[in-house]
Design a protein around this ligand. Structure first.
Ligand SMILES: Cc1ncc(COP(=O)(O)O)c(C=O)c1O
Length: 393
């Protein structure tokens, strides 16, 4: 292993920096001294090369309307080719102010009120609200959970599709179950979508955090035929901890679908992106690879550290190591606490704030989602709090 260049071990004090993750427990829930391990952002600063680019642009002083330079688009094209072996073209690209806004726009653009949209629960909960808030109908195609492994249920999917079903929203890699879908799984899924003429919206925001033995495959890279019905939503925001700069990418090879997307973006008056988000995105994709490789190795060490700790010292909670993402599920069903008490237990007894399993779907009753994107020191403190609290049950 080459010498480590970046520091993920130091604890960054994020209090009083307008951080949702860090202010929420005290200011909204009213519980002080909590270790926040909920919303998906990281306690590490962005790569130094990204920070430098943003600082340099900030020091310039003039913040008028941005023009997106050619170098911005080529940074994206190069990144996708080198990191994901996916050749994309400039004319497939558009952008948005986040993956969730783009998802809402896709639903508005490509479906009509009353249409049905497939979601593979348990899943990132804004998928549900994006469908429902726009007056469309959620059709759940739950994942299967057998022998500790989550998988897609193709038979159920085929049964759920009818003439009003227009779209499938795929989470790849999957939050919160941490699956990095294999080629064969994606091909079978995509084939069903082709057969029943469904559009695929593929949310690939977690593509960069994938652990040893796994590889992210962009859905649209499967074949030109699948690319023609796939809208890929992604961003460097999870990978490089720049979600607060609200800049995301929309990749649509099908030019008819792309024109419809751009028209809707204009109808909503959302044609201008934040200048710092543009600068950070380009810097991340241009200079961030080495930092990202070290980060992913550090995150996997965190996962292995936590897994061992749960196994050896907190036997009653099962830690499910993900294949990708910095989010892991804790199977707490052996504690025998109803969900409400389980949440209270972690918040008030252990003083850790997790995302509660059922917000992702009823399949996760008795589970919690833990965010491990923090220094090992913070993680160790959190685990010892959990150990102590579990002993006292
Ligand atoms: C699957 C998934 N999509 C989208 C987002 C959020 O994207 P954005 O902040 O760009 O709207 C998250 C954040 O946790 C996520 O997990």
């Amino acid at each position: 292993m080459h010498n480590k260049k970046y520091d993920f071990g130091s604890v960054l004090d994020r209090r009083n920096t307008c951080s949702l993750k860090w202010e929420f427990c005290e200011q909204v829930l009213g519980v002080p001294e909590v270790i926040p391990m909920w919303v998906a952002d990281m306690d590490f600063p962005a790569p130094p090369e990204v920070v430098e680019a943003v600082v340099k642009r900030a020091q310039h002083g003039a913040y008028g309307y941005p023009f997106i330079p050619r170098s911005f688009w080529s940074a994206i094209i190069d990144w996708m080719k080198v990191r994901h072996n996916w050749e994309i073209k400039r004319e497939w690209l558009s952008r948005c102010h986040g993956v969730v806004p783009a998802l809402n726009i896709c639903i508005q653009t490509y479906t009509a009120p009353g249409d049905k949209i497939i979601i593979q629960s348990p899943v990132y909960y804004p998928f549900f609200s994006a469908v429902e808030n726009n007056g469309r109908r959620v059709v759940r195609n739950p994942l299967r959970f057998e022998n500790g492994l989550w998988s897609l249920d193709f038979d159920d999917l085929r049964k759920k599709i009818d003439r009003r079903t227009r779209m499938l929203i795929l989470c790849s890699p999957h939050n919160p179950v941490g699956r990095v879908w294999r080629r064969q799984e994606l091909e079978e899924l995509a084939d069903i979508c082709r057969q029943y003429d469904l559009l695929i919206v593929s949310d690939e925001i977690h593509a960069e955090h994938v652990f040893r033995g796994h590889r992210h495959i962009p859905t649209a890279s499967l074949s030109p035929e699948i690319a023609a019905r796939t809208i890929t939503l992604t961003a460097p925001s999870k990978a490089f901890n720049i979600a607060g700069l609200t800049t995301s990418l929309v990749i649509i090879p099908n030019q008819r679908l792309l024109t419809l997307y751009k028209t809707q973006l204009e109808n909503l008056g959302l044609t201008v992106n934040n200048i710092f988000g543009l600068v950070a995105l380009e810097a991340a994709y241009t200079h961030g690879a080495a930092w990202l490789d070290e980060l992913v190795a550090y995150l996997e060490e965190n996962m292995d550290y936590a897994r061992r700790y749960f196994e050896e010292r907190i036997g009653r909670i099962k830690f499910l190591k993900p294949e990708g993402t910095y989010l892991a599920l804790l199977d707490c069903r052996d504690l025998g606490l109803p969900q409400k008490e389980l949440n209270e237990f972690f918040l008030k007894k252990a003083r850790i704030y997790f995302d509660e399993g059922p917000i992702f779907g009823p399949e996760l009753e008795g589970f919690e989602r833990m965010n491990l994107a923090c220094s090992r020191k913070t993680l160790a403190e959190a685990l010892s709090r959990i150990e102590k609290a579990v002993r006292e049950i």
